[in-house]
Ligand binder design. Structure first.
Ligand SMILES: Nc1ncnc2c1ncn2[C@@H]1O[C@H](COP(=O)(O)OP(=O)(O)OP(=O)(O)O)[C@@H](O)[C@H]1O
Length: 338
């Protein structure tokens, strides 16, 4: 795909925090580049603390990156000011993990949605009322809910309202940060299906952040794998799940339970061990080397090369080429039956 076809492009983004741990710096996002085409649903996966939320928050302006560029339709956000910046930022909306924390409990659902409509200049009361009705309908909620307060709603209903509020400003990109993981297991699939329907019907591009790999496999066309601030592998989701070529991705996928009990019975334990190292003091060279079952001396000496394994499939590991060549779809990595 040519660069001109990217809707959102993040280039070499670096976001650091001063850590509470003796004032050291945490480079939560370290030289990360990602791309989203119009209407594309892309996954971002990795263990807790690897920097997924910080990347998402940096893209929408909730964190201030130290360096790098964020471009929407080829326009560098850092070149914009005032109204132009506000309007461009509005095209990228964030859906939080915790819908309760992201809604104002003193406002009814109708007021919350109307507030978003006023931001885009919709001031006519009747037009607002109709649009609130449409938005609630789009997220599968009855009109009567407009009069209710967030505390009167279930978790699933609140997340639907949060999604409706994001849609109210007609975004082109949604950054969905673990949007179903705080919900009861029984309603996760419903809210996930809502995302997929909206994505298909409205053509909004999504960066879907999750540590549930099965969910990402189902929902996305491409996936980025992140480890300790770095993207370590990216590919089409079909290819990534069939031919993972970074030892970290292989370990992550090894931890997906199989739908087939025969595969489960013979599955090797995942080769990942130990905890994620402190981001205030990451390992030299390849950051995964301290937990990698295939680590070699060379891995400590410098950052691994980012190897192109196939069109739009990259992995940052010295042996990624070999791992790719020897990979083959294993039964437990094939798509689960519907
Ligand atoms: N405001 C902050 N101040 C200091 N450190 C922070 C801040 N926000 C995040 N961090 C640190 O940055 C690193 C990345 O955190 P981040 O929340 O982005 O990871 P994550 O992959 O989204 O994890 P999770 O899945 O648990 O949300 C962590 O070490 C975290 O402690």
């Amino acid at each position: 795909m040519h660069e001109a076809e990217d809707l959102l492009r993040v280039e070499n983004l670096v976001t650091r925090f001063k850590s509470v741990e003796r004032g050291k710096w945490v480079t939560a996002v370290d030289d990360v580049s990602i791309r989203l085409a119009p209407g594309e649903m892309v996954g971002l996966v990795g263990e807790s603390g690897c920097g997924k939320s910080t990347l998402g928050r940096s893209i929408v302006g909730l964190e201030r990156p130290q360096s790098g560029r964020i471009l929407l339709d080829g326009v560098d956000l850092s070149s914009l000011r005032g109204r132009a910046l506000r309007e461009t930022r509005r095209a990228i909306q964030y859906v939080f993990q915790d819908p309760y924390a992201s809604l104002n409990d003193r406002q009814t659902i109708g007021e919350t949605l109307t507030e978003a409509l006023i931001i885009i200049g919709m001031t006519d009361r009747e037009a607002q009322r109709r649009r609130v009705h449409t938005l609630l309908d789009q997220v599968g909620l009855p009109d009567a809910l407009a009069e209710r307060y967030p505390r009167e709603l279930s978790g699933g209903q609140r997340q639907r309202v949060a999604i409706a509020r994001s849609l109210a400003v007609e975004p082109r990109v949604l950054i969905c940060d673990e949007p179903v993981s705080a919900l009861d297991l029984s309603i996760r699939a419903q809210v996930m299906n809502l995302f997929l329907t909206l994505h298909k019907d409205l053509g909004v591009a999504c960066l879907f952040i999750a540590h549930d790999l099965a969910l990402v496999r189902q929902a996305t066309s491409r996936t980025y794998v992140m480890y300790l601030g770095k993207i370590v592998e990216d590919a089409s989701s079909a290819e990534l799940y069939a031919r993972p070529s970074h030892p970290y991705t292989q370990a992550l996928l090894g931890s997906i339970p199989s739908a087939d009990p025969r595969v489960e019975a013979h599955r090797e334990p995942p080769p990942i061990f130990g905890d994620i190292p402190s981001p205030t003091n990451p390992p030299s060279g390849c950051r995964f080397r301290t937990r990698c079952p295939r680590a070699m001396e060379v891995c400590a000496s410098g950052p691994p090369p980012r190897l192109a394994l196939a069109p739009r499939h990259h992995a940052s590991c010295v042996i990624a080429g070999d791992l790719y060549a020897h990979s083959h779809p294993e039964p437990h990595r094939l798509p689960m039956p519907a």
